[in-house]
Design a protein around this ligand. Structure first.
Ligand code: CTP
Ligand code: ZN
Length: 161
């Protein structure tokens, strides 16, 4: 399908093999690239469009990466910044698998709790972090160990730790 910008239909180049991450919340494409560690320096084709019209979610971003397939942990992280995203696995120009990311009510182990004193951050025998999703838009997560609320704008920073 062609993507629309204003009244213009545009077509971002199709990929031969790799991953198309579609229906990303508008403005979040750069965070998705960051989660995937994509800098553009490995020479692979990366296409990105931001704030394009979507019949489903108003405006959306889209990211296409050649020769790159996603790991489970990456999909889990994308679900937190882009809970409506679809991930299309492309081979030989065809979509061979399309998955909608899923945001479970409780998310385990995707990033460390921002509260340094939380038991999940203990240096010896740390417990795996666990959050309850208390709001999806804006995203708000509550640590189930120390009850710290992690706001949408702070989630992403935690990935880098
Ligand atoms: N796509 C691509 N390269 C391919 C095949 C598909 O870049 N070789 C992209 C399409 O441009 C589109 C996305 O993958 O952005 C999903 O493709 P498709 O399922 O055909 O489109 P829709 O039906 O619009 O998807 P959905 O139902 O998920 O909205
Ligand atoms: Zn905590």
């Amino acid at each position: 399908m062609a993507e629309k910008v204003g009244d213009e239909k545009i077509r971002i180049v199709k990929i031969h093999d790799g991953t198309v991450i579609d229906h990303i919340r508008a403005g979040k494409a750069l965070e998705v690239l960051e989660i995937l560690g994509i800098t553009g320096k490995d020479g692979n084709v990366v296409s990105l469009a931001m704030n394009i019209s979507s019949s489903k979610i108003g405006k959306k971003d889209i990211v296409k990466v050649e020769h790159r397939f996603l790991k489970e942990q990456e999909v889990a992280r994308i679900a937190v910044v882009a809970p409506e995203a679809t991930i299309n696995h492309v081979e030989d120009y065809k979509i061979i698998k399309k998955i909608r990311v899923e945001l479970p009510d409780v998310i385990s182990d995707i990033f460390p709790c921002p509260n340094q004193r939380c038991v999940t951050n203990k240096e010896r025998e740390p417990i795996r972090s666990k959050y309850e999703v208390i709001s999806k838009n804006p995203m708000q997560l509550k640590c189930l160990y120390c009850w710290t609320i992690v706001e949408e704008q702070d989630i992403f920073k935690q990935f880098a730790r």
